[in-house]
Design a protein around this ligand. Structure first.
Ligand code: ZN
Length: 117
């Protein structure tokens, strides 16, 4: 399986603000034209939380971690973090494609998850 992960966000053509690709307008200036920007390099962990009551898809675990990470070109992303690692702010991580859970029909769900470098 190809484990390369491509993460993209939108860069406002007017003010240069980087934001999630789901937004229709720039959340700073309301402009509607964007360039796509790919995340480049490794990511630094900005903040994270441990979910102690995971949804049913994560029934094989008692908890999992979500974090916000910033890549070297300032693209920020929310992502799941490898569960068994010693997490700390500033930790350098990279996204890799892995099985993250099995859905309620038993199908394996593969998505990107951040692991320490
Ligand atoms: Zn803008």
């Amino acid at each position: 399986m190809n484990s390369e992960v491509i993460i993209e966000c939108k860069k406002c053509q007017k003010c240069g603000f980087l934001q999630h690709s789901s937004h229709i307008r720039c959340i700073k200036c309301k402009h509607e034209a964007f360039d796509k920007v790919k995340a480049v390099g490794n990511a630094a962990l900005l903040t994270y939380t441990i979910l102690k009551a995971p949804p049913a898809e994560f029934r094989d675990r008692t908890q999992y971690a979500l974090g916000i990470l910033e890549f070297q070109n300032h693209v920020k992303v929310l992502g799941q973090l490898a569960p068994d690692e010693q997490l700390k702010i500033g930790l350098k991580m990279k996204p890799t494609r892995k099985k993250i859970c099995s859905n309620l029909d038993g199908k394996e769900i593969h998505e990107f998850i951040f692991v320490p470098i």
